[in-house]
Design a binder for this molecule. Structure first.
Ligand code: FE
Length: 341
């Protein structure tokens, strides 16, 4: 009995190893991705059509993927890490799971402020984090981020939890643009003005304007643009009730975050990984980012999709996101100090 059990366990192990080897054939591209948008399928199939390189996708939560690459160490099959938000890309860099690369294509196509200072990650699409408000209740909306903390908006403002990267990066940018003291005052003022304890995602912040729970909220632009383009329940039918402000147009401009990628530290298919990043900067891939997920292309010459255009022209903050990301530990400290859950 014992003997049989041992053999079958061995057989199972062998099958597991074989199948995992088969999943990572040499000459492919092993893509670790935390982007979860259906529309990204076209990005991957077009790359394969153009290059003949098969993409093996490992999808998951960004922090789990970073931990997995770390745990796999030198033997990691990861070639590229693709994720959203500067905070996460910086976390990946600090964890040592990315490597610096040289690419004339990326240097030429991707603006300098959307690249890591050591070329360990590159931004491929942008999203603005802006102010939305209930037009019926708010006649004088805040025109910049700091004004969200004005006591006149007490009990009116909603934002998601500080455990989410979007708020972490926004606060980090406020530290960069206005200094740590002003950033702490702002965070305290936000907490004082909250209409409810932070909860939900960005779409929920917009829905709360429609339901009347909040008068002013903050969201990434693509959640609103998506509700323009498709039917988002509890939101799309009431979009005319919502006004929006691209903040700080007389100052630094609207805070922009990004979706980006880097080559994994021990990439077995390094050349393919660089090819994939260069593909993401192509006109075609850039248009998919904009049309498929309502984001702003990172490459300035690429045209925006209709849903994105409907939000209007604005001035964006061009602060270097690599510098912003260095403020993340301070941002976390401030969130804890002011009790922003
Ligand atoms: Fe998002």
């Amino acid at each position: 009995m014992t003997r049989i059990t041992t053999i079958s366990t061995f057989a199972l192990t062998a099958v597991a190893i074989l199948s995992s080897t088969a999943a990572y054939a040499e000459g492919d591209l092993n893509l670790y991705s935390s982007r979860h948008y259906d529309t990204d399928e076209r990005l991957y199939s077009d790359f394969t059509d153009q290059t003949g390189i098969t993409i093996n996708r490992i999808e998951g939560n960004a922090d789990e993927l970073i931990a997995r690459i770390e745990a796999e160490g030198r033997n990691s099959p990861a070639d590229v890490l693709l994720t959203v938000d500067t905070s996460r890309l910086e976390r990946a860099k600090n964890a040592g799971v990315l490597q610096s690369i040289d690419s004339a294509v990326l240097e030429d196509r991707i603006p300098a402020n959307l690249q890591d200072s050591d070329n360990q990650w590159f931004g491929f699409s942008q999203r603005a984090r802006i102010i939305f408000y209930d037009k019926a209740n708010v006649t004088e909306p805040p025109m910049d981020y700091l004004s969200l903390a004005d006591p006149k908006y007490k009990g009116m403002v909603c934002h998601r939890s500080s455990s989410n990267v979007y708020g972490q990066t926004l606060l980090s940018s406020i530290i960069e643009n206005h200094g740590e003291e002003a950033a702490r005052e702002w965070a305290q003022g936000m907490v004082d003005n909250f209409a409810r304890d932070p909860e939900g995602g960005d779409t929920d912040q917009l829905r709360a304007l429609v339901s009347g729970e909040c008068d002013i909220s903050v969201s990434n632009t693509y959640y609103f643009a998506r509700a323009v383009r498709t039917d988002v329940s509890g939101l799309s039918s009431d979009l005319d009730k919502i006004g929006w402000v691209f903040p700080a147009q007389d100052a630094e401009g609207a805070h922009m975050n990004l979706s980006g990628a880097g080559v994994a530290a021990n990439a077995p298919n390094r050349d393919n990984a660089i090819k994939f990043l260069e593909y993401l900067a192509s006109d075609q891939a850039q248009q998919y980012f904009s049309a498929g997920n309502d984001e702003y292309p990172a490459v300035p010459s690429v045209e925006r999709s209709e849903s994105v255009k409907s939000l209007g022209e604005f001035k964006s903050d061009t602060v270097n996101l690599s510098d912003v990301a260095k403020n993340l530990p301070t941002a976390q400290k401030i969130f804890n100090e002011v009790g922003w859950e």
